[in-house]
Design a protein around this ligand. Sequence first.
Ligand SMILES: Nc1nc2c(c(=O)[nH]1)N[C@H]1C(S)=C(S)[C@@H](COP(=O)(O)O)O[C@H]1N2
Ligand SMILES: [Mo]
Length: 565
Amino acid sequence: MNPSRATASPRQHGQPRHQRQHRLRARTARVGLGALIGALTAGVALAAGEAIAIFTGPASAPVFAVGEAAVNLTPAPLKEWAIAHFGEHDKQLLIAGILVLLAVIALLAGILALRRYPLGAALVGLFGAIGVAAAVSPPDSTWTWALPSVVGALVAMAALRLLVGTSHAAATTGAVSAIDGSPWELSAPPAVEPHGLSPETAGAALPGPAAGRRDFLLAAGGVAAGSAAVGFGANLISDRRYDVAAERAAVRIPRPTYPAPPAPAGVHPDIPGLSPFYTDNDVFYRVDTDLVLPEIDPNRWTLRIDGMVEHPIELSFADLLKRPLHEHDMTISCVSDPVGGPYVGNARWIGVSVPDLLHAAGLQSGADQLIARSAEGMTIGTPLESVLDGRNALLAVAMNGQALPIAHGFPARMLIPGFYGYASACKWVTELTVTTFAAQQAYWVRRGYAEIGTMKTQSRIDVPKPFAHLNAGNVTVAGVAWATDRGIADVEVQIDDGPWRQARLAASDGPDTWRQWTYEWQATTGTHAIQVRAADDSGTYQSATRAEPYPSGASGYESLVVIVA
Ligand SMILES: Nc1nc2c(c(=O)[nH]1)N[C@H]1C(S)=C(S)[C@@H](COP(=O)(O)O)O[C@H]1N2
Ligand SMILES: [Mo]
């Protein structure tokens, strides 16, 4: 239908057309003004929150607090979906989502506040309450974590009042209708006293609505500039104050008492595209629930060993480094790693033997679980029997020749071969509790993951890539296979529906690291599927049955298609 005909229809209230258009423009402008006020208010809230978080810690800042709470409330299948689709960017996505939600609510608050200030303020208060609830929910939080959200909301309410007030003042300062469709035009009567210049003085200085508008623009500009400056500055200060890069750089890891021999010469066949044997720290996969990385000063860090022990002990970082240090190569992988996925890496670690530590505290009988707890309250449980059975269970302090990177658990993390990371590899660990599975459920177990997170035997094809275009003739297929603690005894490759053929295994660096493999394939023209499977040291092949990562790790063979010409 022709819109101008529609507006011209005599059935529509009988108003003259120009008047209706005029009202529409005014309403649009008002919504725009409300949205602007709302956006500015949200900026104030965030900036004030950041400023208070200088004192209470970055994890208490409203957006991060809400984000962390969202992470903890996310059901496991949704988390797996996010990891599968967004990988390690799932966190940025979450933060972006929260900011968008905040923006929408802020715009609404601004628009409401323009009609009735208390409504808008109530919405701001509600958002502050959500921030408070989120901030005080983590196990390591204190009541002070509520402050950034409380102060953020209060300052935002004040800013909202100022902005709404000056905008109403602008509306009442003279014959506003001089400006056609101006947002001031249809404003409700002022809900609060006009700030700054009274209409009279304003009118004297600058006749008409200009003075009121100038007041509003001054207020809006001031609020915007102020929150940008405070937010930016607070961020800088927080980054400095909570950064332990210098403390980390100062850490000297002593030479290990039990150094590992260099990895055997043949662990890594030199095939372009095959993963390096050791994964560099800066490309090592990272999986954790933290939106703000724990920044732990090793000079203040302590490790408590408690629970079902004869005498609980507490160690400083210096105490820890005085104990015998073991160097050991170990692969870790994540339960969320899909078949063929990236959440697996191999490193050379240095650490203290976990059984040594537990024996120092004296084990009581009857315990069957070791729970490691991190600075931010993560809990990760492992069967005690496995920890004590002679495998290299380490409290690690170094990774590939450096102090642990902050993202990988500085100053200390657990590593226990044979288990997925969620069930063995607690980062930023501050407490080891000897307990039972009956008495205490770890974080991921409460979310439905298997109580005992035994790592499944897995294999991955690194080259060729899926849908690679290859030339007929000799093609090297290569990849990695792992089953830590058990070790890899065999890898086989299948082309299309052909027989399974043995791949060539690279040298072994022990049962706890991945094993690289190659297979020489005489490729013929056409489209072909390549599959791989591995067997652990018991000769058991990985399961062919496809399973999703949740709740006990993915299974199935990696299979990819290539085009040979
Ligand atoms: N404190 C803490 N430790 C943690 C996690 C976590 O979320 N918080 N995630 C675990 C999981 S699920 C895995 S797979 C490994 C990953 O270790 P990485 O990030 O060093 O690769 O850390 C484990 N340790
Ligand atoms: Mo994981």
